[in-house]
Design a protein around this ligand. Sequence first.
Ligand code: ARG
Length: 560
Amino acid sequence: MNFKQQIAQNIGLKIEGVNFEDMITTVQDSNFGDYCIPCFPFAKILRKSPVAVAEDIQNSILPNNVIEKTQIVNGYLNFYLNKQYVIESVLKEAKVHDFYFDNQYAGQTVCFDYSSVNLAKYMHIGHLSTTIIGESIARMCEAKGYNVVRINYIGDYGTPFGKMVYAYLTWGNEEELNARGVDYLQELYVEFCKRAEDDESYEEQARYYFKKIEEKDPQIYPIYQKFIDISKLEAEELLNKLDVHFDSWKGESAYTQELPRVVDILEQKHLLSESNGAKVVDLSEFNLGVCLIQKSDGTSLYATRDIAAAIDRYNHYKFNKMMYVTAVQQKLHFEQFFKVLELLGYEFSKDLKHVYYGMFSLPSGKIASRKGKQAVLRDLMEHSFNKVYKIVENRQFAIETKESVASKIAMSALKYNALKNERIKDSVFDIENCFSFDGDTSAYMQYCYARISSILRKAGKIDMDKVDLSCLTGTEVYALAVAINNYKEKLSLALEQCEPSILCKYALDLCKLFNKFYSTQKVISDDMQDMHAKIYLLNIIKTTLKNLFKLICVDAIEEM
Ligand code: ARG
């Protein structure tokens, strides 16, 4: 329901060039009504005081169902809506309206480049941010009708692989590699770095083997390929547990051969210059420094591969938009290669967007990483599952298994925590409280959802078409109706700002409103008419929450 539009339609007064709907805003303090029109901008046009304009508008209001009363306060005209009308019209519309799906952008394609882990290294807690922020925004796009292409631009290229191959050939063994996979690769890498500290020849060896990989040497390339397969499998397993699934895993290595082509098109446009033997695009006139295209040893760089990948994806998917989700530290990199694409004349460069986020970490000392500074994602996931399993171990479930409940609570807590704060802010993961059934947690929301589900099971099926909504009254119901009605607007806002935290807060508020309602009104009762109306309301809340959960990557649980 668009109440702003309904109010505007009932204003008889016409002011040249003014659309009242655009002027109506929501009132924060409900003591002053629901919506208001600030009348200051009209005062000039009409040469009247804002209060006099407010009176003119007030006097012109047509007979209607939606506006209950108006009041003028300091040049604002405040509107109080007819609560019963709002409750009934919102809930009626919500029943027929498919909340999750909206075809606003049907026919348009958006590519998402996220997760994009550097292979053969552990995925750590930082990878949760790119993976889950990317997934959440991708789901928002789907809910708005976009065709979404999910791309995991894996880091499957670079000297680290030369290091690992050398280490493996020098002191590694196949049996252990087969048995321990990524753990073993990581160990080889760490050991290499340690040994290389006091022996320069190691780096040289690494470069030698990396070159062999690049040349697809028949002896060396299969080893590298095996490393890639092992670490891809590991990443895939973790991503499956997080319920994130990619359409493409085309990574950096696929674009290394594109270097001559990229150099060629840049040269044609006279954009390349030399700097100490390297080839660069000078972007200083845009305050973006220089973008490195080719190293002095003739190899490609991160930006070169990204330029090639963007062109390839445009040719392949003809996207209307492409979003890259990474940490804020890569901001300059994206600004640079977006600019280079623009200078090359690619129209699509204006449709590229870098969505960046701040640091997300564990309090120090918690789940210490096996090696390195950050917590390993697999360890964090296991720790979380075990912790939650202990909490639910002694509960009895009829529909779900204990394992599934524990896993849904644990994984959702990890995901929700990667989303709930403004993405650009640094945040510390509250591992102590994040599984609590109380507070700003996903478990609290899942508990609300399970509670609603349990009431609905108890009540049995009702005929939603035969419910008399007029028995739904009171401030709690009104607040719920207003909140439910905000769904579309919140989704649009969250997508516009690429800000999942908006939906997290919205979902949490909706749960709180439900709890308030539930603590003040009895749902199951002998008064059938009253009970059916409340069951109807609960059904709508449940659908709304289910949709919101999907958007913020929280699993809905039928019982807890
Ligand atoms: N692999 C990179 C990293 O771990 C992230 C890649 C992001 N995507 C891109 N197209 N550059 O830092």
